[in-house]
Design a protein. Structure first.
Length: 258
């Protein structure tokens, strides 16, 4: 049975009872609009822990563009149906005021690696991500937390934060899940009109095949993508592009598939 917790005290009481019974917990934070990528995290958590908690919370502080926040898909009833079908034990649906009683006066900032790539294109984005993840890790009180490698920079920053603040939760990275044509699964994909959906897999193919980041940029622009960045860093190639008003990000290992 899947239990839905819409207040933090109700979840805390449940976690206390789990701990009394010696049950381990895996935690999957999400912003909803769930797809197979999220479900792969839930399955991994269920395989490695006695219980799994999924959080659905569209975190306002990580959006630098109010239009993007307003347009972010919200599909809670469908999400709950998918989580029930997976046998997820617990779902947390917190409200803004409960997670941000301080009005976001307190926040977590990383001062170096959060300033490039996504952080360079979306000022303040990682302050919002790290702050909400810090809050959620404290609230979940899990042994392990699961994050997708599609958001590689996020995964590295969350892992670094957990180490820096001695958070006793292991941060587990999970492989990117792709459509058969290579497009990385993302909640934003559902907003692509058919012609852009057809074009979108070229993003992944170009990241993989272009000889340099500069060549990838040129090829993507020629194919009709608006390019935010393509950069090679620490053995990976990172890219962010727009098709219409839909922003896509991806990353691949240099010289391999990912
Ligand atoms: O990757 C996401 O969906 C979000 O950035 C996260 C980790 C749930 C924080 O809001």
């Amino acid at each position: 049975m899947t239990r839905v917790f819409d207040t933090l005290p109700a979840w805390r009481a449940e976690r206390l009872a789990q701990r009394r019974d010696g049950l381990s917990l895996g935690f999957v934070p999400t912003m909803g609009a769930l797809h197979e990528g999220h479900l792969s995290l839930v399955r991994r958590s269920r395989a490695e822990n006695d219980r799994t908690l999924v959080c659905i919370f569209v975190n306002p502080t990580q959006f630098d563009d109010p239009g993007d926040l307003a347009g972010y898909p919200r599909t809670t009833e469908d999400d709950l149906g998918m989580l029930r079908a997976e046998g997820t034990e617990s779902v947390l649906l917190p409200r803004d005021v409960e997670l941000y009683p301080d009005g976001y006066r307190y926040r977590v900032t990383e001062t170096e690696r959060s300033r490039v790539l996504e952080g360079g294109s979306r000022p303040g984005h990682f302050d919002g991500v790290l702050t909400v993840v810090m809050k959620l890790l404290q609230i979940a009180s899990a042994e392990r937390a699961y994050f997708g490698e599609k958001d590689w920079q996020q995964l590295m920053l969350v892992r670094g934060m957990a180490e820096a603040f001695f958070i006793p939760t292991t941060i587990v990275g999970c492989p990117t899940v792709r459509e058969a044509d290579g497009l990385a699964l993302s909640s934003r994909n559902r907003r692509l009109p058919p012609s852009d959906r057809e074009k979108a897999p070229q993003f992944y193919r170009t990241l993989l095949s272009a000889p340099t980041a500069g060549a990838a940029c040129r090829d993507l622009r020629a194919a009709g993508f608006a390019v935010d960045y393509v950069e090679d860093r620490a053995g990976r190639r990172f890219g962010a592009v727009r098709l219409g008003d839909v922003r896509l990000i991806d990353n691949v290992p240099l010289g391999g598939r990912g």
